[in-house]
Every structure is written in structure tokens, then in C-alpha cells.
Design a protein around this ligand. Structure first.
Ligand code: ADP
Ligand code: ADP
Length: 223
């Protein structure tokens, strides 16, 4: 479903170059649950950002289903991102003045076409993840685990082909982290393709396949 070919991303700082991604080849099948691990600075976030279309590689090819993302202009790439990719961050990124339901509906605001089914889907998603009684609450009234589950619901609103999560349990206590991981496993069991960045082997153990990065290269890839 997803193919990365010889992806490179270099940051220049002062006189020196940092090869954040140094020739990544990766094939992801539909329905896979992949954990990306590796030491700090090994390129995990950069790889996730490339997969999510948040960062453009300097070179290489990226295909997501029928879309050759590397060949698209910025507008077309961001359209693919909004329609096909859900992103979850360590720090939730919910807007504090919007209710939980309004936050989950945010992706609809960026959609090019009106989606009359979105409010219904948002409510159903929030019910499914146990936040049906929190629709009109503000983020400040929720626990960390609830905030991250709401953020996952938002990432799923447009029924993305690919769900990406960057250290989704990094700001959570262990019981909330367990809740969030149980939700991700449930989504995987229901067929969701899922790529997760973590440095915690216990979190990575939920995935089917673990990719280890080192210095911007794949140093290990095992099921
Ligand atoms: P990880 O997520 O594994 O910690 P990153 O992908 O964040 O690694 O970073 C990989 C390397 O690229 C690091 O050396 C980091 O400092 C560098 N890097 C990442 N983003 C930037 C940026 N915007 N500008 C300069 N250097 C960056
Ligand atoms: P996280 O650990 O949640 O991935 P980081 O603190 O590593 O967050 O990075 C946060 C943001 O800063 C990322 O978008 C990354 O690309 C950017 N970044 C990381 N390293 C550098 C750097 N050396 N210089 C500039 N930006 C960086």
C-alpha cells in the first residue's frame, strides 16, 4: 500500500549537514501495525513526518496507494494528507476553546468538499472510544488519556488509509498509556494501517513489526 524508495532528508546547520534520513526503503502493507524505534536523533520523527506529508524529502519516491506523493505539488499533497492520513502527536494538539466534538470535527473544516456525514461519524467515534458523555466538554476538563483518545478520534474522522502516531503515550501515566495502546490495538484488529513512533519497547510490543532506525537508516526490520 505504501512504498518509500531511497528517501533522503538533510538539514543544514551552520556549515554542517545532518542526514536525518539517509536512504530509506520501506514497504508497508495494508493493515500492518508498525513500530518505529531508535535512539534520539535517529530520524524517527522525520520519517513519520515524511509519511504524513508534513515534511518533504529532498529526494526519493513516496507512493501511498494510487497517489505518487513525491510527484504532487504542495496543494495536491496537502489534499492527500487531509483525506488519507491521520496524525496523532505526543502533546494531543487539541484546541482549548473548542469542545471535544468540535475538535474531532476540525479535519472537516480543511476538507475541500462538504461532508454532511462527518458530525454523525464524529459522535460515533467518540462513543466507540468511551467519550460519548464528553462531547460538549472543553479539553481542559479531560484527563490526558481522554485527550489522547479524542485526538485519535479526530485523526480517524476522514477514515484515513494510514494512521500515524508520534510517541502517543509519551505524556501519559501508565494506566492512560495502557488505555491508548488498547485503543490502537483495537483499531489495528479492525483493519487500520498504523505506524507508531516510540522509544519504549513495551509500547512497541503491541505492533506486529518493528523497524529500528540508526543515523537515518533502517538498521533492523522484523516481525
Ligand atoms: P528522532 O525523532 O529519532 O529523535 P528526528 O527525526 O527528530 O529524530 O531528527 C533526526 C536528526 O535531524 C536529528 O539530528 C535532529 O537534530 C535533526 N533535525 C530534525 N529536524 C530538524 C530541523 N527542523 N532542523 C535541523 N535539524 C533537524
Ligand atoms: P519529539 O521528540 O516530540 O519528536 P523534538 O523535540 O524531537 O520532538 O522535535 C520537535 C520539532 O523540532 C520537530 O518538528 C523537529 O523536526 C524539530 N527539530 C528537531 N531537532 C531540531 C533541530 N536540531 N533544529 C531544529 N528543529 C529541530
Amino acid at each position: 500500500m505504501i512504498e518509500l524508495r531511497n528517501i533522503r532528508k538533510t538539514y543544514r546547520q551552520g556549515g554542517s549537514a545532518i542526514h536525518a534520513l539517509d536512504g530509506i526503503d520501506l514497504h508497508i502493507r495494508q493493515g500492518e501495525f508498525i513500530a518505529i524505534m531508535g535512539p534520539s536523533g535517529s530520524g524517527k520523527s522525520t520519517l513519520l513526518n515524511v509519511l504524513g506529508g508534513l515534511d518533504r524529502p529532498d529526494s526519493g519516491r513516496y507512493r501511498l496507494a494510487d497517489d505518487e506523493i513525491s510527484a504532487l505539488d504542495d496543494d495536491a499533497a496537502s489534499d492527500v494528507r487531509n483525506r488519507r492520513i491521520g496524525f496523532v502527536f505526543q502533546s494531543f494538539h487539541l484546541l482549548p476553546r473548542l469542545t471535544v466534538l468540535e475538535n474531532v470535527l476540525l479535519p472537516q473544516r480543511y476538507a475541500r468538499t462538504a461532508d454532511t456525514q462527518a458530525p454523525q461519524r464524529a459522535r460515533a467515534l467518540l462513543e466507540r472510544i468511551g467519550l460519548g458523555h464528553r462531547l460538549d466538554h472543553l479539553p481542559g476538563q479531560l484527563s490526558g488519556g481522554q485527550l489522547q483518545r479524542a485526538a485519535i478520534a479526530r485523526a480517524l474522522l476522514n477514515q484515513p488509509a494510514l494512521l500515524l502516531a508520534d510517541e502517543p503515550t509519551g505524556n501519559l501515566d501508565s494506566s492512560s498509556a495502557a488505555d491508548v495502546m488498547a485503543l490502537l490495538r483495537e483499531l489495528h484488529a479492525a483493519g487500520q494501517t498504523l505506524v507508531l513512533v516510540t522509544h519504549d519497547p513495551a509500547i512497541a510490543a503491541s505492533a506486529q513489526r518493528t523497524i529500528h532506525l540508526r543515523d537515518g537508516r533502517i538498521a533492523g526490520d522484523r516481525a
